[in-house]
Design a protein around this ligand. Structure first.
Ligand code: PEP
Length: 239
């Protein structure tokens, strides 16, 4: 039985003060949850988030990392740095990083290896664009991303979480139907040599999370917009 994991991706939103305020409401809302609960705020909010969630069932993650431990890499953050700041998780290969910051399957693999070496739990994102879906290429795109960014992990593959995030559903309000998401998840699972959790991401909200979570191969959600509001993400966690 795979334990449900509900993870929030705050993207480039919230200051440390707003982070503190969010958790003062959110932590009590989810304290009775039996699900894994993770929030990935911007780097500058991690210290405030770790402090505000100390002793709770909420864990904190980064939204990216660089694959070197330290060095002359202006603007980058390493796995050991994230871990030292109290983060336990890290999102890797989000479609916004692939689209706007040149992330490739090869760099996804490098970052995932670095995260595992540091002792972080990676949430590795894959997903097709609207044009690729309409061209009937969803499975071939997923396979390319999987073969390049995930499969070479070998035995370490068991230590990651995969997030299936159709690009056309991220931040657009267009959610994949539970059946569409299930089909993609089942396909990804057919590629996997081990049993890992596969999260769905793309406009998950309190009113659609239950339908998605009722699918056999959907093990949780990676949530952007709806994770910024404590009440809303509390409902998603407590689906
Ligand atoms: C995301 O950022 O991973 C995401 C799925 O965003 P949203 O929930 O806003 O579509």
């Amino acid at each position: 039985m795979r334990k449900p994991l509900l993870a929030g991706n705050w993207k480039m939103y919230k200051t440390p003060a707003e982070t503190k305020e969010f958790f003062s409401v959110f932590v009590p809302l989810v304290s009775a949850s039996a699900h894994d609960v993770v929030i990935c705020p911007p780097f500058i909010d991690i210290a405030a988030a770790v402090e505000a969630t100390a002793g709770s069932n909420v864990e904190i993650g980064g939204q990216n990392l660089y694959w070197k431990n330290e060095g002359a890499f202006t603007g980058e953050i390493s796995g050991p740095m994230l871990l030292a700041s109290g983060a336990k998780w890290v999102i890797i290969g989000h479609s916004e990083r692939r689209q706007f910051f040149g992330e490739t399957d090869a760099t996804v693999l490098d970052r995932t290896k670095a995260a595992l070496a540091a002792g972080l739990k990676p949430i590795v994102c894959v997903g097709e664009t609207l044009a690729e879906r309409e061209a009937g290429q969803t499975e071939s795109v997923l396979k390319t991303q999987f073969d390049g960014g995930i499969l070479p992990l070998g035995d370490d593959l068991a230590k990651i979480v995969i997030a299936y995030e159709p690009v056309w559903a991220i931040g657009t309000g267009k959610v994949a139907t539970p059946e569409m998401a299930q089909a993609a998840h089942a396909y990804l699972r057919s590629l996997l040599p081990v049993d890992v959790r596969i999260l769905y991401g793309g406009s998950v909200k309190p009113d659609n999370v239950t339908g998605l979570m009722s699918q056999p191969d959907i093990d949780g959600a990676l949530v952007g917009g709806a994770s910024l509001d404590a009440a809303s993400f509390g409902k998603v966690v407590n689906f």
